[in-house]
Design a protein around this ligand. Structure first.
Ligand code: FE2
Ligand code: FE2
Length: 405
């Protein structure tokens, strides 16, 4: 079946341009075009859409209002913003309703590849699972605002590390938490890091950006109604896994971007658990209870009860957020790496090894059956003999503390 996509823009030339630019995709996509918010809602009411790509500045109901309306009336549709410069108020509004943001002008190549990637995310979640999840999940979270602001800054030609430090400094709570993390023995800093700008200088923008995401995600949600789930424990587990995944990459002399992707994937690999715990606390609590008393694997119980595992849900969410493919793939397959198509060293290899080594030393919570590293997969990657080497930093990390107050 073709994917249905609705494009909304009040400027006729823009809609015309999109029509022309995307004509070649009409074999796979059923495209609809609406010249304003009112028309867009009429189209949506008549025909369900898989995705909406909307302009933000429109007279009458603007893009933020339109996408908020679509979010409540048609929650299954994926929402993208396509816009030129946005002011602070718009960015704020956007982060609540937009899954991904594209800036205008957008080349056909970028537009097509972004839309194709998002539509392909369905491979991580079967159609029924997606339907079941979107009806049981109150909301699929949007990308946090500060992360978006840093991302924008990194893409601009005048980007400076100082500016990124300044963005973080605008939020006092965030700065304090980032400095606390960076100064914990965990990061092995020789000097005391005094400002976000210095943290960016010492750790690099990608690592600090991942830490911003970590702090935001773990402070935004409060799964109090799910007593078997501990936010502090998952937060610590995620940081240790990320750090170990990055070290494993360094040991294997992987390229810098592989190391950074592995760190980010480590930070986010179990975010699906948090989303389950927040959105379906009673059911998820029962699941955690059940796997701690019986010898079952968490992923398969999640799959049976919720229609997807935390790995699949996490991958789906990060794909919507526009994270790089290797990060999304690492998260999707972190418990079953053999399902990926490659047998080369990727962020997935590092994440899978790090997660299973860490869980072997200290379970993150009720994890069910301890599975250990998938040795067949590692042998296929010709890395079967490396696990002992990777175990050393895993043990070292447990001697260190991460203060998460
Ligand atoms: Fe996991
Ligand atoms: Fe994990």
């Amino acid at each position: 079946m073709k994917h249905r996509i609705l494009f909304v823009d009040d400027e006729p030339q823009v809609l015309q341009g999109l029509r022309r630019m995307l004509h070649g995709q009409s074999r796979d996509w059923e495209m609809h075009f609406a010249p304003g918010a009112k028309e867009a809602l009429e189209v949506m009411a008549a025909t369900p859409m898989d995705m909406v790509v909307s302009d933000m500045r429109m007279p009458g109901m603007d893009g933020v209002q339109l996408l908020a309306e679509i979010k409540s009336r048609f929650p299954k549709a994926i929402r993208l913003a396509l816009s030129g410069h946005m002011d602070e108020r718009m960015i704020m509004g956007c982060t609540k309703v937009v899954h991904q943001y594209l800036s205008k002008p957008c080349s056909p190549e970028i537009m097509i590849s972004v839309l194709r990637r998002i539509l392909a995310l369905r491979r991580y979640l079967a159609e029924e699972a997606l339907a079941c999840l979107t009806s049981s999940l109150d909301q699929i979270p949007s990308l946090p605002k500060m992360y978006l602001a840093i991302q924008e800054e990194l893409q601009s030609s005048r980007c400076s590390l100082k500016k990124i430090g300044e963005i973080i400094s605008t939020d006092v709570g965030m700065s304090a938490k980032i400095l606390q993390l960076v100064n914990s023995s965990f990061f092995g800093m020789c000097t005391k890091v005094a400002s976000p700008a210095q943290a960016v200088n010492l750790l690099g923008t990608e690592t600090v950006k991942a830490l911003v995401l970590h702090v935001q995600i773990f402070s935004q949600y409060d799964p109090r109604k799910c007593p078997n789930f501990s936010l502090a424990r998952l937060s610590r587990h995620s940081l240790i896994t990320a750090t170990l995944a990055k070290r494993i990459c360094a040991i294997e002399s992987a390229a810098k971007d592989v190391q950074e992707d592995a760190f980010l994937a480590g930070i986010l690999h179990d975010v699906g658990k948090l989303i389950f715990a927040v959105n379906c606390p009673v059911l998820y609590d029962e699941i955690l209870e059940m796997i701690s008393s019986r010898h079952l694997s968490l992923a398969s119980v999640e799959q049976d009860a919720l229609g997807a595992s935390h790995a699949q849900l996490g991958a789906y969410l990060l794909g919507l957020w526009g994270m790089a493919d290797p990060v999304v793939e690492a998260i999707a397959f972190h418990h079953h790496p053999a399902l990926s198509a490659t047998s080369q060293f990727t962020p997935l290899t590092a994440l899978h090894a790090a997660d299973s080594l860490i869980l072997g030393i200290q379970p993150e919570g009720p994890t069910g059956k301890a599975e250990g590293p998938d040795m067949n997969y590692l042998e296929a990657c010709e890395l079967g003999d490396r696990i002992e080497e990777w175990e050393k930093p895993a043990k070292e990390l447990f001697g260190m503390t991460v203060d998460e107050a």
